[in-house]
Design a protein around this ligand. Structure first.
Ligand SMILES: Cc1cc2nc3c(=O)[nH]c(=O)nc-3n(C[C@H](O)[C@H](O)[C@H](O)COP(=O)(O)O)c2cc1C
Length: 218
């Protein structure tokens, strides 16, 4: 976007005001697609996912908010037979066929050195890197928190572009880290199978906790 910082601020305010004035709400079908009728899937059709769809997915997911705009999530799309062979030994036995039949399995990871990008992604505070440079605990907490949030945005964005998803945490993170991220600052968080589901493989919907069991107003 061309223009001075002040012009960009003005454009952003005008855009936010337009959105507010439109008083948009998600339409019922969007809510069905993303939440109320969307399911976690375990079986997959023999139908590929295009690179274009994965790019579209990411370009939506990246817009979800993170603290200080940190964006620590990193993603590996495991698609080739060779990459699947590397991932398989890291999984709990029950999860292996779910990963094997999915056309793509995303490793949702986060970069503990995400703060190196802060001058680019958070220019309002030129000293932001100093918060994390010598504080591994703060870096780990922020990478995990915001990487997990981005993983959630990623799953909803996948549904938004018409993909089915199945999250998986039943695997050995240390093994995945050793296999895929050895010698790097990346750590695995969870996996997401992506594709077009074989709907015959799902089970009944499990109960969700009610508002009164979860929420308090003070
Ligand atoms: C982060 C995450 C990890 C999960 N791990 C596993 C797993 O290892 N194996 C599995 O079969 N299902 C796994 N699930 C699926 C959940 O059990 C499922 O999403 C939940 O019961 C809700 O199902 P529903 O979306 O169909 O209502 C996981 C889901 C998420 C979001």
């Amino acid at each position: 976007m061309p223009g001075t910082t002040e012009q960009k601020d003005e454009q952003a305010r005008a855009q936010a005001k337009t959105l507010q004035d439109e008083a948009l709400q998600a339409d019922p079908n969007t809510l069905r697609l993303l939440f109320t009728e969307a399911r976690t899937h375990y079986g997959w059709q023999d139908r590929d996912v295009s690179e274009e769809t994965l790019r579209l997915l990411y370009d939506i997911a990246k817009m979800g908010p993170t603290s200080m705009n940190q964006q620590p999530m990193r993603v590996i799309f495991v698609r080739s037979a060779e990459a699947k062979n590397r991932l398989e030994p890291c999984l709990m036995p029950a999860n292996k066929p779910k990963m094997r039949t999915a056309p793509v399995t995303a490793i949702i990871a986060h970069d503990l050195n995400f703060w190196e990008e802060l001058p680019t992604v958070f220019p309002p505070n030129p000293d932001a890197q100093d918060i994390f440079r010598n504080n591994a605990t703060a870096a780990e907490i922020n990478a995990f928190r915001n990487g997990t949030l981005q993983g959630a945005y990623f799953m909803l964005a996948a549904r938004a572009v018409g993909l089915d998803i199945g999250g998986m945490s039943g695997f050995d993170n240390a093994k995945v880290d050793d296999e895929f991220f050895h010698g790097t600052s990346l750590k695995s968080n969870f996996l997401v199978n992506l594709g077009y589901a074989d709907t015959s493989k799902i089970f009944r919907r499990l109960p969700r906790l009610d508002y009164d069991a979860v929420c308090q107003t003070l």
